[in-house]
Write a protein that binds this ligand. Structure first.
Ligand SMILES: O=P(O)(O)OC[C@H](O)CO
Length: 576
């Protein structure tokens, strides 16, 4: 393997993007020789020192570039043979996570034809769904960075977003707590950064003062950074709300549609080849999350590498909703600003994430070590919650780059390519401001390049308010009676933990962005998110999906191709 890497390194002309001396690089790779059995080992070694970290970046890039090239050659050939044109569009957004959805909705304010492609079967199915939902205040970002600029701006826009798009947002404030002098130094550093970044109301409190706000904080907490502007949301709910509102304003979203190659002849974006056929477009916005480096490579201008960083989260029973009012974070540790104990807007305590570098972008495993790290860290900070209150755990993968800052820019090399990449924390908080920045970049690029050749005007019929039904269990008795008279399926409770009715599930299946998988139903209605974790409602949801989509239950999946739930039937599903 080492010999192969060395050959690749020598052949590759792009190494200077890391300012790496080839000799030094080779020496470092040689140092790894004999100690490396697997790709995972390379990753571990890669984090021993900064120079080795760079080695890992280059190795990662070389491998990615090589495999993309091979895949593209293979897939484009197949696709060109089909030569099917799906559509022509002004702007193609790749990726329907929080970033892509926010950009789509912001661009929908303009007189543009906009298409979003998402390789997964639903919105927010990648990194977004496993985000902890923290709308950070902005104390951790390095002043002068894009993260610093966009975090504070984005955070301030959440009240308006929440009102217009009708998602839950709790601006509860957040702490970073300290136990000793080391922690105090970190808190002081965060305070100074926060002040420079313009975080409103930031202050350092004594432990006692912090306990006046958050009574279950450990007596051992001696000091705390307090930022009242922090809050939390359900990240998938925000992404779906944005995407639905984008659709309400004319955006087309194509799910299960994967970018496989880009025609960039004459150094400009011309055609995006997908697994469904080709899309002709003038602009391509890369919001592809952990795959953004691969998309940039396909589009012809890759200046960054995404190295996946896994984070595990634990969710606890809603019975423990009252344990914390605000979000309580810790001081930084390797690869993370610290992790947080907080609540979801529905009241489930949520702890994490961990931060573990992984080689594979699809590695969302949960290890016992991850779980122990979270439990050990937060049980020393907050009282009143125990392991037995856990209802689920899961992992997501952050889209980290080596600069540890967002990449938000127009390509200088490929006309029409705009990057919204390396969006890791505080990406969720920053997303309203990221979307605005991308729109400004696109408007400026068009003025300069005239790829569309017309003036882009603001629409006067943009509908900012999302049309969405209130959950049935939150309706007044009068509203419930009215709904029941219209549709008796509101009287049929499918998810008993979260009080979700059959009518709501059916409505999600036929919604603006149809929910066609069990997880998509869960993200829109909360069916399966409760204490029993779909033990009761799971099979019933499968049956309703099969009926409404007119397909066999064996074809129903948890989250798209390859995740079928029922293998074969030995008898009919009898329950109702
Ligand atoms: O661990 P970090 O620094 O990537 O942050 C992740 C989450 O935003 C913490 O709330």
């Amino acid at each position: 393997m080492i010999a192969h890497l060395k050959k690749l390194i020598k052949e590759n002309e792009k190494l200077n993007r890391y300012d790496i001396n080839i000799e030094e690089l080779e020496n470092n790779v040689i140092k790894l020789n004999g100690k490396v059995d697997s790709w995972g080992d390379v990753v571990d070694f890669g984090h021993l020192a900064a120079s080795l970290d760079q080695v890992k970046g280059v190795i990662n890039e070389l491998y990615t570039a090589e495999s993309i090239k091979k895949n593209m050659e293979k897939k484009v050939k197949i696709n060109l043979e089909k030569d099917k044109i799906i559509k022509k569009t002004d702007v193609l957004i790749v990726g329907a996570g929080i970033t892509g959805s926010a950009i789509a909705r912001e661009l929908a304010k303009y007189d543009l034809d906009i298409t979003v492609i998402e390789k997964n079967s639903d919105i927010a199915e990648g990194t977004t769904k496993a985000n902890n939902g923290m709308v950070h205040s902005g104390y951790a970002a390095t002043p002068g960075s894009l993260k610093a600029e966009l975090n504070v701006k984005g955070n301030a826009k959440y009240d308006k977003w929440s009102k217009e798009l009708k998602f839950d947002f709790d601006r509860t404030g957040s702490f970073v707590v300290g136990f000793d002098e080391d922690d105090s130094a970190h808190i002081q550093e965060y305070y100074e950064k926060g002040e420079k970044n313009g975080v409103p109301g930031i202050e350092i409190l004594t432990g006692d003062k912090a306990r006046e706000i958050e009574e279950n904080l450990s007596e051992d907490v001696k000091s705390a950074l307090w930022t009242p502007s922090a809050g939390y949301v359900a990240p998938y709910e925000v992404a779906i709300a944005l995407a639905e509102n984008a659709v309400e304003n004319g955006v087309e979203i194509l799910l299960d549609t994967e970018l496989i190659a880009v025609d960039n002849a004459a150094d400009k974006i011309n055609i995006a080849y997908t697994n469904q056929g080709r899309i002709e477009c003038s602009y391509l916005i890369n919001a592809a999350g952990v795959y953004a480096d691969q998309v940039a490579e396909m589009a012809g201008d890759r200046q960054f590498t995404i190295h996946p960083r896994r984070g595990t989260l634990i969710i606890f029973d809603k019975e423990k909703a009252k344990v914390l009012k605000s979000a309580v974070g810790t001081t930084p540790s390797k690869h993370t600003k610290g992790g947080v104990a907080q609540r979801t807007p529905e009241g489930n305590p949520l702890w994490g994430p961990t931060a573990v570098e992984v080689a594979d972008k699809t590695n969302t495993a949960v290890s016992q070590e991850d779980l122990d790290t979270i439990i050990n860290k937060f049980t020393t900070i907050v009282g009143g919650i125990d392991k037995k209150d856990m209802i689920t755990s899961f992992s997501g993968v952050r889209a980290a780059n080596y600069k540890e800052d967002f990449v938000i820019e127009a390509s200088e090399k490929i006309k029409g390519l705009i990057q919204a990449a390396a969006i890791q924390s505080p990406g969720l908080a920053s997303s309203p401001a990221i979307a605005e920045k991308i729109v400004n970049i696109l408007l400026n690029e068009e003025k300069k390049l005239k790829l569309l050749g017309r003036k882009i005007k603001k629409k006067n019929n943009f509908q900012a308010e999302r049309v969405v039904n209130k959950p049935f269990h939150q309706c007044s008795n009068h509203e419930k009676e009215k709904l029941l008279a219209e549709d008796p399926a509101y009287g049929h409770v499918i998810c008993r933990c979260e009080n979700v009715t059959e009518a709501e599930i059916v409505s999600a299946i036929h919604g603006k962005i149809p929910a066609r998988t069990v997880d998509a139903i869960k993200r829109r209605t909360r069916a399966g998110m409760g204490r029993c974790q779909a033990g009761f409602c799971g099979p019933r949801v499968v049956k309703i999906l099969a009926r409404e989509l007119g397909i066999d239950s064996e074809k129903i999946t948890k989250k798209g191709e390859g995740s079928n739930i029922v293998n074969y039937r030995i008898k009919e599903l009898l329950f109702d």
